[in-house]
Design a protein around this ligand. Structure first.
Ligand code: PLP
Length: 272
């Protein structure tokens, strides 16, 4: 199944692809390029109508939008904790398993999936944990779990609904500024405009995107470049201010009007 416009996925197209030969579906919650949120509730219901198990990769939504996996009856979901949740690169991942699957024997079992009070009995047969813990394989990396403890406390204190509200506003502000301040400079906003369809970042398309990103870095702004033409900007609800967003757009405007980007090749570096 292909995107119709190279940016977004139509839920109708995904549902049409749920044919008899499909047993399992894994989809992103939020597309990493355009920032589109998929309608997880609808897709889950449609998959289940056809007897298909469905799970989501939440790397680009965890910490940015609220999730109701149990309410939507999603079978499973997983995510890294190092993007919006600030766990730091290489940190431990997260897993959601719907209660209805508790008690299934993990396909890839490891000693850390033991029922926690049995784990150190060192028995030769595995007694799996009765929750998502059954899918743990080995000892988690303690040093990379530590920053997550601090970060999750802040997320709980702030509340994900408040974070989402600020995230929608600050991203909207960014998009409005881009339209107003960078008019006729070749930018296209490749993120859905409706609140319910956009996640925590804004995708700016430009044919000089790779070198504009390099110029942004030289000006102290760290974007992501995604080939062939995307500048990914993620104002962070918890600590990016509206003034900083304004400043970034002014920097972009200066880069474009002074053609600062022409100093660089329009190719990505090893780390984009
Ligand atoms: C960041 C990310 C991951 C996590 O990758 P790891 O290097 O395995 O931690 C997985 N899926 C998507 C879509 C991501 O963006």
């Amino acid at each position: 199944m292909k995107s119709r416009d190279g940016r977004f996925l139509e839920e109708d197209d995904i549902i049409e692809a749920m044919t008899d030969d499909i047993a399992l579906i894994i989809l992103p919650t939020v597309l990493y390029r355009s920032g589109q949120i998929l309608d997880m509730k609808r897709l889950t219901a449609e998959a289940h109508k056809r007897g298909i198990v469905i799970g989501f990769d939440g790397c680009h939504s965890i910490g940015a939008i609220p999730h109701s996996f149990s309410e939507w009856d999603v079978d499973f979901a997983y995510w890294c904790n190092y993007k919006h949740l600030n766990g730091g690169p290489g940190g431990v991942g997260g897993l959601y398993v719907n209660r209805k699957h508790f008690g299934t024997m993990p396909g890839l079992a490891g000693w850390f999936g033991s029922k926690k009070d049995k784990q150190f009995d060192m028995e030769h047969t595995l007694t799996p944990a009765e929750s998502a813990g059954a899918y743990q394989i080995g000892t988690p990396h303690v040093l990379s779990c530590a920053p997550l403890i601090g970060s999750l406390d802040i997320f709980i204190e702030a509340g994900i609904e408040n974070i989402r509200e600020k995230s929608l506003k600050i991203n909207q502000y960014l998009m409005d500024l881009v339209e107003f301040e960078l008019k006729d400079m070749g930018f296209f906003i490749g993120t859905p405009r409706e609140d319910i369809r956009r996640g925590g970042h804004v995708s700016l398309e430009h044919k000089e995107a790779a070198r504009i990103c390099k110029a942004l870095k030289e000006n102290g702004v760290i974007p992501d470049f995604r080939a062939p033409n995307i500048i990914r900007l993620a104002p962070v609800a918890l600590y990016t201010s509206y003034a900083e967003v304004w400043e970034v757009v002014q920097i972009l405007k200066k880069i474009m009007s002074e053609k600062q980007y022409e100093k660089y090749k329009n190719e990505r570096e090893v780390v984009a």
